[in-house]
Write a protein that binds this ligand. Structure first.
Ligand SMILES: *Cc1c(COP(=O)(O)O)cnc(C)c1O
Length: 354
């Protein structure tokens, strides 16, 4: 069998939720499991994160799958409903849609459904992505109160720079200035804000990446935050090449060793979700030792430098990321973030739990 394998640790997921809950104190947490739980599997993650106060997903399809699994916790739909049919589904499945745009209020006004519907009203406090403008808050709440028909309202916003030096204060202050008057529950913090800015915890936090054991920060690793990697992507060397000086490796021969080199070929490529743009030097573990990616990543394979690893040969274990090699380090070397690597894990990769 092709040796590429993603091992997903339910124990690590549960542990990381514990870290989030400890950081949250009395604040409740939506476990963010959108994008197939950042590549970890929706159902698997939902089970492992059963201690969460609620789950946040993107699509109705994901929410329906969670209800089919028997999940009773509240479910937050992060972009809300897209049409009238989805409003009905929100009632039937007992979901809490985010309402971020006037068009969604129109849809709800025209909906034939009656009864209570919990709503999360999203405001844009500076990210300029989703949400009503802050000065519209009073009117939006007034309209939504009528539409929720007794359902609970909450106010949310999202931070653009919680993981960067700019922090959250520049968004938090103007948001709270308006929101506090309404005495409604507030939901503000993603992982980075939850970990770094206690004053942004509010009533409900929305941790995502930290649950999967990756650090949201460039300057602090996951281990220092007490997090454990939930996904470890492993494979093996399936061939070894002796490369003479002047020769090159892979498509375009983009890596040309100055001296004779041994190169290992790993069964993992961009069709498995490994980033094709990862450059020479991206870290890879072979038999527990750190070495480097060399040459271009192919669809099904990549190459590593074995020059310092004379014992390594066909069958030697390889870790692409996870235990022993933080995914955020691999991501940084490839010029991206851990989120993208985790989400991109391809369906063809075998997944085992443990
Ligand atoms: C994805 C998402 C989160 C989770 O963010 P992390 O950085 O993964 O913790 C929180 N809130 C919203 C609105 C999101 O879209």
């Amino acid at each position: 069998m092709r040796p590429l394998l993603a091992r997903i640790s339910s124990a690590a997921l549960a542990h990381n939720l514990g870290v989030a809950r400890a950081a949250a104190g009395a604040t409740r947490s939506w476990a963010v499991i959108k994008a197939n739980a950042y590549g970890h599997g929706l159902a698997r993650a939902a089970r492992a994160l059963a201690a969460a106060d609620g789950y946040a997903v993107l699509t109705l399809h994901e929410a329906a799958a969670l209800r089919e699994l028997g999940i009773r916790q509240p479910i937050l739909l992060l972009e809300g409903y897209f049409d009238a049919g989805e409003i009905s589904a929100c009632y039937e499945l007992g979901l809490t849609p985010v309402v971020h745009h006037a068009e969604q209020l129109h849809l709800l006004e025209r909906s034939a459904r009656s009864g209570a519907l919990n709503l999360y009203l999203k405001f844009d406090s500076g990210m300029n992505r989703l949400g009503f403008a802050l000065p519209e808050m009073d009117q939006v709440i007034e309209r939504a109160l009528a539409l929720a028909r007794g359902g609970a309202l909450a106010l949310m916003t999202h931070f653009a720079t919680a993981d960067e030096t700019a922090g959250v204060a520049w968004q938090l202050a103007p948001f709270l200035e308006r929101a506090r008057r309404h005495r409604l529950p507030l939901s503000l913090a993603n992982s980075a804000a939850l970990l770094r800015y206690p004053d942004s915890r509010a009533d409900w936090a929305r941790p995502g990446i930290m649950l999967y054991g990756a650090s949201p920060f460039a300057d602090t690793g996951a281990a220092a935050l007490g997090l454990r990697p939930a996904m470890t992507l492993t494979s093996e060397l399936i061939a070894v090449q002796e490369v003479a000086p002047g020769e090159g490796v892979g498509y375009g021969l983009s890596w040309r060793p100055a001296r004779a080199a041994r190169v290992g070929i790993v069964a993992c490529g961009y069709a498995d979700g490994y980033p094709r743009h990862a450059p020479n030097g991206t870290p890879v573990l072979v038999a527990g030792r750190r070495t480097s990616l060399v040459g271009r990543v192919s669809m099904d394979m990549l190459a590593v430098d074995l020059s310092g690893l004379p014992q390594a040969g066909v069958g030697s274990p390889v870790t692409l990321w996870g235990e022993g090699l933080p995914v955020e380090e691999v991501a940084a070397a490839a010029g991206t973030i851990s989120y993208e690597l985790l989400c991109a894990l391809a369906p063809r990769v075998r997944v085992v739990e443990g």
